[in-house]
Design a protein around this ligand. Structure first.
Ligand SMILES: [Zn+2]
Length: 218
């Protein structure tokens, strides 16, 4: 549940500020009558990390841009998404699937409009697409593949739009099918994905901080 939301995006698209108070619970089915519960709460703010003065990758760059980072400004769970997810868990999946796609389309629009500006030295783009559909369709690999192909296409377009840029693709977790395998739902696993366009490698997500610090603005 996101309360008291205020978002202001400056006309040049370089800076935006948003602030919410978020509170809520989520749950995914774990077989027939069990759920995997989770809580989320906190003040949600774009550039929240910066304002907390915690070291973060954005400090290394002069003109960073992000559409939000989970737990640090990106609102992932809303009252509406919770309601739709609940319906989806109970079998009515259409509206939640539509919601995920709408959210994704908006993120994608933002990404390409910011790439067009060619005015940023760091672009950190986040999408919930693979996570959301990964939860729903872990047991339906063909269905899930469609979304991976979409990500592949986006990566190709990004590469084309900024040929000289280093591109990193990383996930904060993986997904595995829940046990017992009576439905298609998936839950987060300890595995994750990383790739770079220049051959750099990391083994743990936190090593990305040191990696990106090597490419800071002059
Ligand atoms: Zn998830």
């Amino acid at each position: 549940m996101q309360l008291s939301g205020v978002v202001h995006v400056n006309p040049d698209g370089k800076t935006a500020k948003g602030r919410w108070y978020g509170f809520g619970a989520n749950a995914f089915p774990l077989g027939e009558d069990k759920v995997n519960p989770g809580w989320m709460n906190g003040v949600y703010e774009v550039n929240y990390v910066k304002e907390k003065k915690l070291p973060n990758i954005f400090q290394f760059f002069k003109k960073p841009w992000t559409n939000g980072i989970p737990s640090y400004g990106r609102k992932i769970i809303t009252k509406e998404s919770k309601r739709l997810l609940k319906d989806a868990v109970q079998g009515r999946q259409g509206p939640y699937r539509q919601f995920i796609m709408d959210d994704y389309k908006e993120d994608k629009k933002q990404l390409f409009s910011i790439l067009d500006k060619k005015d940023h030295d760091l672009i950190f783009w986040y999408t919930t697409l693979i996570d959301n559909f990964g939860h729903m369709d872990s047991g339906k690999p063909i269905k899930l593949m469609k979304h991976y192909l979409e990500m592949n296409e986006v990566a190709g377009k990004v590469k084309k739009s900024c040929p000289g840029a280093i591109i990193y693709i990383l996930s904060d977790h993986g997904m595995e099918r829940m046990e017992p395998k009576k439905n298609a739902w998936g839950m987060h696993s300890n595995h994750a994905f990383f790739s770079s366009s220049n051959g750099e490698k990391i083994e743990k997500p936190y090593q990305f901080y040191d990696l990106i610090s090597k490419h800071k603005s002059e």
